[in-house]
Every structure is written in structure tokens, then in C-alpha cells.
Design a protein around this ligand. Sequence first.
Ligand SMILES: C[S@@+](CC[C@H](N)C(=O)[O-])C[C@H]1O[C@@H](n2cnc3c(N)ncnc32)[C@H](O)[C@@H]1O
Length: 326
Amino acid sequence: MPSKGAPNMLPNVLPHAGSDHVPVLAEEVRELLAVRPGDTVVDATFGAGGHARVLAQDLAGSGKLVAIDRDPGAKPYFDRFKAGAGVEVRFLRGDFALVLSQLAGNGVKADAVLLDLGISSMQVDRPERGFSYATDAPLDMRMDPSSETTAATIVNTWEERELVTIFRRYGEERYATQIARAIVRTRAERSFTRTGELVDTIKLAIPTPARFGEGHPAKRVFQALRIAVNDELGQLEAALPAALEMLRPGGRLAVISFHSLEDRIVKRFVAAEAKGCTCPPDFPVCVCGKEPTLRSLTRKPVRPGAQETDVNPRAASARLRAAVKV
Ligand SMILES: C[S@@+](CC[C@H](N)C(=O)[O-])C[C@H]1O[C@@H](n2cnc3c(N)ncnc32)[C@H](O)[C@@H]1O
């Protein structure tokens, strides 16, 4: 399974011995989560189970691993993982924001929670999922194929200014305005149904030199659509407090992000929880009484070393942050 792509685009696991997988920053995740035998581990982005396999090893035959993924395509990987896990395992299909808050609401406690954000190559490598700009396919991009909004929904129905906003914000697309205008003009005649039609429209909307610039001209718009279709930032915002609630004191949270917006959400969350008091700065004394709930374990985000990016250049944009519940 290939790894995460040019900034934020591709999955973060490499092919290894056929069906086995090498996850990004695995050793660093392992050290920071410090899983011990008997622990309960939650892998909230199971994917192909690369990280789960590493963490299950640290359980050394005693403990529990809960795997979450919204994509039913992760289940066969889980079944394979389960056969050799050596510990109690469970697969919960659904959005991690919802599943984590349900687990927390039911009083389930964890010693380690991992979020490895973005899409996996099992998603990007299946053309029919519509994540890839490289192959003509239905304009879909849903991680959960039962959810309502597809990339086609957004491209065909969102207002031009909303398209500009997501292309700029989630894709950092320079030609957001031109591309959104071209989409709206094209869809007035016929709806978009295929990735190929969108790629052609993007190519025609941008200046000729930009078509041959760095990376594929549709890369940033596809990234933006994927983030919007799957509400990736909203999911993360909602998942972090639920994960914190689930953690036992001394329990650890690790998040790998591939986009600066995701990393900022994690950084701010950890900083706010580590600070405790939420009183306005001009209050002479604290009246809210809020105590710190997290201690950061990573002052700066952990990045993959040259050794990892040499083998897997597409892991280069990964940023890992971790914290311990106090
Ligand atoms: C980058 S992959 C994880 C790879 C995994 N760590 C491994 O080593 O194989 C991310 C996975 O998380 C899932 N995912 C992303 N966002 C999710 C969400 N909000 N809720 C549930 N699953 C999600 C995706 O479907 C994908 O399978």
C-alpha cells in the first residue's frame, strides 16, 4: 500500500510483503503511545491495520484493541489482522467523531487513542471510489459509501463562492476563482458525473504554464473536494474531546495529520487542554477553576526522518503530535 502523497494527497502506508503494511511514523507512534500489556488501545483510523499491528504487538497477548473506520473496505483488512492479533479485538464501522463519543458516553475507557488522518491507498487505488485525478471514474470521493454527499453533489450544486472558498482553504489553489467559474459555466449545460470531466474543466480554466507546473493541475481541487465531502476537519474537531474523555489518567493520544489545517486543530486543542483556565486574560485571578487535562508530549510536531522519506517520499508531509491525560 503506498504512503501519503505529495502534501496531503495520498495514503500513508507502503506496500510490504504483499498484504502487509508499513505505517507512517510507526516507531514514533509506538514510543509516544507507550502501550503496555493489559491496555485498551483505540485505533480510530484502522485503514489497512498497519499501526494496529504494531500497537497490538506491544499488548503482548493481553489487552484489547478497538478498531474504527468509516469505510467498509477496511473490514477485510481487520479480519486478517484479527486472525493474528493475539489480543481481544473489535471493529466498529462509523465516523470516528460519533463512535468515539458513543464509546465515551458508554463509559468505555482507553489507555491509547490513535488518529492517522486522511485517506488510505485502498481508497485511492480503487478508481471507482473517485479519489484519484489520474483515472476517469465516478465523481464520488466518499470514505463512507453510504453517506449522502459526493464530490459530484458539491461540484454540481454548491454556489460558486462556496467552491472558491473550499478550493482556497482546503486546497490552497491559486486559481480557485477561475476554476469555480469554469465549473459553474460548464454545469449550466451538463452536470458533472466523472472525475475526467472535472480534470478537463480545471485544465482549461488555469493558465497554460500552470498546467505544466509542479504536480497535477487537479491535485489541489481534488484534495479540497475530498476534505469537504468527508467533513474531515469537522470530524477531527469533534473527535478530539471525545478521545480525551475516553482516556484514563495517564492515557495517551496521538494524531498524525497531513494538512496544516488539521495540524493547527490538534495543536490548539492540546494547548487549550494543557492550559486549563479559560478566564479572559485581564481577570486578576482564575474564576473558572478549569484544570489542565492534557500534557503535550511533542513540543513541536514529529516529522519523518530522511530514512523514512527516502523509502517513502510521500510520507514527507506527516506531522505527529501526542499528549498524555493528566
Ligand atoms: C491514513 S488511513 C489509516 C492507515 C492506517 N493507520 C494503517 O496503518 O493502515 C486513514 C483511514 O481512516 C479512515 N478515516 C478517515 N477519516 C475517518 C473518520 N472521520 N471516521 C472514521 N474513519 C475515518 C479512512 O477511511 C482510512 O481508512
